[in-house]
Design a protein around this ligand. Sequence first.
Ligand SMILES: [Zn+2]
Length: 331
Amino acid sequence: MREDLEQLKQQIPLLDYLQRRNWAGCRIGACGELVGLCPLHQDTRPSFYVNDRKNLFYCHGCQRGGDLIRFVELSEHLSFRESVACLKQDLVMVADAALLAKTVAFYQLQLHRCSEAVRYLRHRGLRDPDLIAELGLGYAPGGNLRRHLADFGYSFDVLLRTGLINHQGRDAFCRRVIFPCCQQGCVINLYGRSIGTAFPHRLLPRSKGALFAWDAVSAFSSVILVEGLFDVAVLWQAGFRNTTCAIGTHLTPVQWSQLCDQPGRVVYIAFDQDSNQAGQKAARLLAGRLQSAGLRGRIVRLPQGQDPNSYFADGATASDFLACIEHAESL
Ligand SMILES: [Zn+2]
């Protein structure tokens, strides 16, 4: 365990980790030290020191310091165990980001070649070509990804490990619309929605990562949380840019701490209004949890049987949805 942790810290140098999160430091002296603004408190004069050789940090402002794991505990408000899990995920993310970016680019090209995929998007109420490009949507027709990626030197084993192909070498995503899930500019997972008869939802076998598009949504003091990526897409299209999604009703510890990173934030929970009440039950539980954490959870009710995507696909307008938001209930 101890050796594992040492290895993890060597594999992710503290400075690299900080720089990927846009920390900028100036080198001072020749001892591998850098100084910059502290990411852990409201800093006005640079008081955060990083020792690049020892992989340690110390802030003279908030008087906190330690190694990479300690930094993740403090910055993400996670336990020690959760921080280690988060870093392991970070490692996979960096290793596979280039491969997944190439995969996404390939699927994006396929989208415009497959009329059935474009028809499917229209059927789900997605019409805006700029938004489709912005979200990086693609289409996996199935049957040709491995050959394409082999041209870039990716081996069978690497593709199998990432879950892009199965043991027979066939594409894992087949006849699916693909949404790339990004975090700090890296593609860290792919969500594929079947347009045929296969099971509707599919992710690569790894963490679903951060809240969707959190880099852009986190600035809002009120956010709309939905279950699915098609819900996000139609709400963005209708102008509700403060919409995000955990892909499902369950939030991972990282997603939960993201949602809580602004005290007093209002979270409009717009889960599916399904007949078995699963979405509404999950919404009530989450609203209660948010309330206890000092946030304001509001439950958005849609007409029976609808989710935000189907509501818009059936002709609802932005002002119809706004009315639902205005009538959202607190617990
Ligand atoms: Zn500090």
